[in-house]
Design a protein around this ligand. Sequence first.
Ligand code: FAD
Ligand code: 2HG
Ligand code: ZN
Length: 458
Amino acid sequence: MPLDPSLRRELVDVVGPAHLIDDDRRASYEIDWTGRFRGATPAVVRPGGTDEVAAVLDVCRRHGVAVVPQGGNTGLVGGSVPLAGEVVLSLRRLDAVGEVDREAAQLTAGAGASVESVQQAAARAGLRYAVDFGARGSATVGGSVATDAGGINVLRWGGTRAQLLGVEAVLGTGDVVSRLQGLVKDNTGYDLAGVLCGSEGTLGVVTAARLRLVAAHEHTVTALVAFADVPAAVRAVATWRSSLDTLDAAEIVLDPGVRLVAGVLGCGLPFDRPAPVYVLVEASGHDDPTDDLAVAVGAVVGVLGVAVASDAAGRSRLWRYREEHTSSINTVGVPHKYDVTLPIAALAGFMADVPAVVRAAAPSATTWLFGHVGDGNIHVNVTGVAVDDPALDEVLDEAVYRFVVACGGCISAEHGIGTAKARWLSLDRSAGDLAAMRALKSAFDPAGILNPAVLLGQ
Ligand code: FAD
Ligand code: 2HG
Ligand code: ZN
């Protein structure tokens, strides 16, 4: 569907002809990373600054045209692609990473800067940006703020919200909110950055963020610890969380997933004797935490084997068995993804039973389980079922989400609700919660032009 000529003219007036894309180059903006969510857009608009973002939104509001903000397009819940013919507002040109303020241990980054470029700037200043996850090279600051991205270090440092000292954003109303001074204590009125964080582009378009940095540690040690079963692994992680104050990450993977990764990468298995369950544990400190980690691992029962590395190459050899799960599962087929958090006490039971719940809904399914066991966030990936069958989606989604909620968990841990889970929000949130969310949506975006299909749905 071509863009209305007067709308096109006004958008070109704002961003210039080079930054309005309405030819074949739109294709990569129209499909998500997994290949499951594909839409179509009349145009991709690439503003170069906050004033241009505000002007683009103003044009779209006047024309009654909905917009999907897009950063790195690595989101996994169908929230970043134009499934209902929206204009795509790409923030990638806003990719400046500001000077690191070493005294405050902070920096300001544009929405389009990659998470990795923030990590690198922090490292050059002898500091660290504590948010980290596999899509770091493409995922953007704006996208990670919009989704409150979690990742592998949440158990020690918190997720994106915990690093966020302020944002600049253009609301759906057209108002620009800006608080980038980085005042650590500032409770002057509502916490607008906190509200925008995790709002998935439904309330405002983030154009920049002020981010907290933490101390970089001289020593990091990674261990892959093998267990006979999930309950033993979960118990061990609970012990390490309270005994190891250097613990950065605790990630769980299972034998089938590790075999899949090894097959896809063409590398060997981590141990001569494969184990049913592995926990990848990482600790860092100004002093070498290797001895403390060894003591902590030695103190738990059920350990079948340990591989340890403290050099960069050895550590990344261990990490690939965890980090390459997402891309390896994609080689099997386009997956259904469920990103859920369980109470620690319910985690092992959930992991034992969810494959049967999935099979009851879709007998041909294969279930892959892995994730951030240190904070209770498990990724359930389902392959071997059609991804273009809405009736099957309905049955499968309902079965998994009802089981999660029955176990005391929540239906979105870190990826967001997007369009994929909007239908199921009321399973997990009360009528009062939903009314408050809708009130925020109408106050921040009264015309309903920002991601109308995402989170609260149509
Ligand atoms: P996009 O995918 O472009 O957008 C995501 C959502 O944010 C959409 O709803 C979009 O409309 C909105 N949005 C984007 N930019 C803005 C903006 N500037 N203002 C307002 N709204 C905006 N996520 C985790 O939390 N933890 C992980 O461990 C993790 N690992 C991953 C590993 C892989 C291999 C992949 C492919 C993804 C992973 N993700 C993970 C998911 C994804 O990377 C994150 O959700 C990330 O934060 C998305 O950033 P993005 O820039 O790609 O956003
Ligand atoms: C991860 O932790 C990401 O690797 C992606 O959140 C999870 O692929 C997934 O389901
Ligand atoms: Zn994850």
